[in-house]
Design a protein around this ligand. Sequence first.
Ligand SMILES: Cc1cc2nc3c(=O)[nH]c(=O)nc-3n(C[C@H](O)[C@H](O)[C@H](O)COP(=O)(O)OP(=O)(O)OC[C@H]3O[C@@H](n4cnc5c(N)ncnc54)[C@H](O)[C@@H]3O)c2cc1C
Length: 438
Amino acid sequence: MKDKIGIVGAGLVGSLLAVILKKKGFQVQVFEKRSDPRKSSVDAGRSINLALSHRGIQPLKLAGVYETIAPFLIPMKGRMMHDETGKLTFQPYGKEGQFINSVSRAQLNQLLIESAEEAGVEVLFDHKCVDIDFDSNIISFENESSFNCDLIVGTDGAFSAVRKKLQFTDRFNFSQHYIEHGYKELCINPKNGEFGLEPNYLHIWPRGNFMLIALPNNDKTFTCTLFFPFEGSPSFEELTGKAEVEAFFTKYFRDAKTHMPDITDQYFNNPTSSLITTKCEPWHKNRTILLGDAAHAIVPFYGQGMNSGFEDVRLFIEMAESENWDWKKVLPDYSAKRKKDADAISELALYNFIEMRDHVGDPNFLKRKKLEAQIQERYPKEWIPLYSMVTFSNMPYSEALRLGKIQKKIMDDVLENEASEINLPEIIERFNTLKRGG
Ligand SMILES: Cc1cc2nc3c(=O)[nH]c(=O)nc-3n(C[C@H](O)[C@H](O)[C@H](O)COP(=O)(O)OP(=O)(O)OC[C@H]3O[C@@H](n4cnc5c(N)ncnc54)[C@H](O)[C@@H]3O)c2cc1C
């Protein structure tokens, strides 16, 4: 009989992991603090969507669930920027045929839970983990039940209870940081039964220190997210009345506002949420390990939180398989190997916020993009833009970050000497030298 595995948290990462472990022959139980979402819809009326890309798709394929999920995905080919006059500029995400996908978070979670149950996993709702005994491998729940297993996986999100227990163990490091921006979700309803905006794009209204984005949903609505400072001018703190909200949206997001006639009601009815980065190490203790947001919560600006969590699952399974499921070896090896990549995507995600809100509409940024397109067209195998390395490849995030920094330095130098002619062979030679550590 194979090991008994207890997974805490039936979110995106926990339910995907459960499917794969069950298919590998383990006895798997998943404990979720919420009630069964199929019986009580907590998020009724609010549709939250996420961008799913290559790194997230590979593990879904490994679990054999991608075919079930694919019909619910909406491809987004690139960014559609809206300036203050409503003028649109399109920036493709990658080469022809490369795209990311908008998916409803609730629907994806439900499909994964159902796939886990179909595979034979027992999912126990209303089981809020309140304690872990790392020596005897016992998970205790608020409802006073407990569970003893061979391996415990904490996939209970950014405010993980499993991680909180690890914080009481010796030599466990933890840090958290709230950025000065929060977010509020808004909705663009269909117009005459059709999408109000072009559906196959991620729409962005970049406005310097803040931005609005919109991703399409299958019901022809768009979920918009306003990323906005909590304090200062303008900020959430300032928009206290209906008149201020009306004036703010008219000034900065005029074209988006025409699609949201009920903007003030939405603004005041929908919550304002904060954005956190968490880091910790080691991710394991004896036979307990953290995966996904529980190990590394990041800000959402690279669209990689879920994707990196799904990639955690793939890498964890691959390592466990190659080490013959010897948890004593797998847990420390996995933590040690993956940590630098989690740190890298955390850094990239913070940087991408500045790029999205501040640079995408900027002429210098567009010049840089043009230069990069030229280099890439001439040397498509050697020069892969940072966004593509992160979004359309399985390259370790830390390597993508390293190469991205080299590319930035080279492009900074070229753009600084605008007068001199662009010498593409020289650029690529310098890149290859620096890439090799020269
Ligand atoms: C505004 C926003 C936009 C985002 N956009 C994207 C995007 O476009 N692309 C992307 O890849 N990522 C995105 N993310 C990140 C993504 O949502 C997370 O990275 C992802 O949900 C992490 O999955 P998880 O399973 O680790 O955690 P979660 O999805 O948070 O799941 C954790 C689960 O554990 C349960 N739980 C918590 N505590 C306990 C307990 N004590 N006992 C039992 N169960 C418990 C929770 O109820 C939940 O079901 C976004 C995040 C935000 C905030």
